[in-house]
Design a protein around this ligand. Structure first.
Ligand SMILES: CC(C)(COP(=O)(O)OP(=O)(O)OC[C@H]1O[C@@H](n2cnc3c(N)ncnc32)[C@H](O)[C@@H]1OP(=O)(O)O)[C@@H](O)C(=O)NCCC(=O)NCCS
Length: 147
């Protein structure tokens, strides 16, 4: 996971220790995709402590050779399927405005699950102490039921 994040050229690479701790403590809300014996992609997330019906996706990445095969959206879809049985009905993530692949993938996930996708600013440049890109909050929620 650490190698894939570092090689992505896009993600903030957390420390290798952080990924190990994530695998220890957040397995229920994370997934790794293996092709043969190779880790091809991963999703790490958590249920928001103050909104346990919401899965926050911290990072999702697919290693370069395996991109464009539907792996990213499939990992998210399957992770959500498993958590839906425990009451998770909403998904959130943040995306930098220039990350077209990520926006396309979460849009595809919302379509696949027949949900609404909304987004608005969350963190702007001055919120970060370094030269981080802005992050917009994307939410995928069930469509309101018609009376
Ligand atoms: C974002 C990422 C995980 C997508 O993984 P992937 O397995 O290649 O994506 P999928 O094959 O599941 O594609 C899902 C949808 O996104 C679209 N998509 C994927 N990559 C795209 C790109 N570079 N440009 C435009 N659309 C793209 C696909 O066409 C598909 O849409 P469709 O169902 O309408 O055809 C991968 O590009 C990646 O690891 N990027 C670097 C890390 C990153 O940016 N992570 C997200 C922020 S946390």
């Amino acid at each position: 996971m650490w190698h894939i994040a570092a090689d992505s050229g896009v993600l903030d690479t957390n420390s290798s220790y952080a990924y190990l701790m994530w695998c220890r403590d957040f397995t229920a809300t994370s997934v790794v995709a293996e092709i043969g014996r190779t880790v091809a992609g991963f999703v790490i997330g958590y249920r928001r402590p103050e909104a346990p019906d919401t899965l926050f996706v911290w990072q999702v990445a697919v290693d370069h050779p395996y991109r464009g095969l539907g792996l990213g959206v499939t990992m998210l879809d399957r992770l959500w399927d498993g958590l839906a049985r425990q009451g998770v009905s909403k998904l959130e993530t943040t995306i930098s405005p220039d990350n077209k692949a990520s926006i396309a993938m979460f849009s595809a996930l919302a379509r696949r699950r027949d949900c609404l996708l909304t987004d608005w600013p969350l963190f702007d440049r001055p919120d970060f102490p370094d030269s981080h890109e802005p992050e917009r909050l994307y939410r995928i929620t069930p469509k309101p039921t018609e009376e």
